[in-house]
Design a protein around this ligand. Sequence first.
Ligand code: KG4
Ligand code: ZN
Length: 334
Amino acid sequence: SSETLILGIETSCDETAASVVRNGTEIVSNVVASQIESHKRFGGVVPEIASRHHVEQMTIVVEEALEKADVTMDEIDAIAVTEGPGLVGALIIGVNAAKAMAFAHQKPLIGVHHIAGHIYANRLIEEMKFPLLSLVVSGGHTELVLMKEHGSFEVIGETRDDAAGEAYDKVARTLGLPYPGGPHIDRLAHEGTPSVKLPRAWLEEGSYDFSFSGLKSAVINTLHNAEQRGEEIDVKDLAASFQESVVEVLTEKAKRAVEEYDVKQLLLAGGVAANKGLRTRLTEMFETSDVELVIPPLSLCTDNAAMIAAAGTVMYEQGKRSTLAMNANPGLML
Ligand code: KG4
Ligand code: ZN
């Protein structure tokens, strides 16, 4: 038939996910089994626990995705799976499941880069118009990616230390907030005022790279210094100040890159794209611009398999195939 049905699988971190996507643009089913509750009491993702959950959930999640899509494996054109980057033990579960199914059902196998997936989540809500830029902000990544056509990715800037989400989670931990801390800081930030002076890492003139570890340390120092002096520090104001620094640097660099590369669209991607401050600032920034701003719904910003199927569809149409020799690759390059 003329339609392409791709089964996507994602297990790079703490979500076991499977999805069926039609023609790279339409979600037919999208199942995500989150493990957040199991990792919460440790204050972060425990790799060993993540792997174990993936093993338990993998088959259930795939069956549910096929069932909800009302299709059998026979009707699936190819299996797309996150090959990397991510936690190696977690990736292995998804990759091996995909290989086993591809072998058993004689289906093409496609290894997908996790970040390509985050970017392609946007294609599930809006047509992609090239050239475009994507601001990828997640727990593991902070990158500005230039795309001149489907399947082509040029990283024009990336973090030199912590990812934006990582900084959020570390600051939240210092403030005694539960994991993952991003949403909690976001909420507190809206109740406070950005009155604490914190640094902005602009780096060298013209650089699109990011750095968040200095900011993270500044927040921790501010807190400790106040404690030592016996002063009260308003956590809400500190959260608001931290968020303002992160959002200002992310949005200013994205805006500059959009102008320099003269792109048609700016796509937001990754878990930190759920941040209200970031979404609001970007929306204001591009309100009167000719550049189209695309922000996926929250469910497509955090890890899911529909985004992997969407990116995999383009690779499938471009004739890209992986062999059964494919391995999980935690250091995979975009
Ligand atoms: O993309 P994602 O689900 O997983 C990775 O691939 O890393 O991103 C998870 C990250 C976590 O660090 C979490 O704290 C952050 O996204 N996050 C947020 C918000 N919601 C999730 N950060 C800031 N504000 C939020 N509202
Ligand atoms: Zn992710």
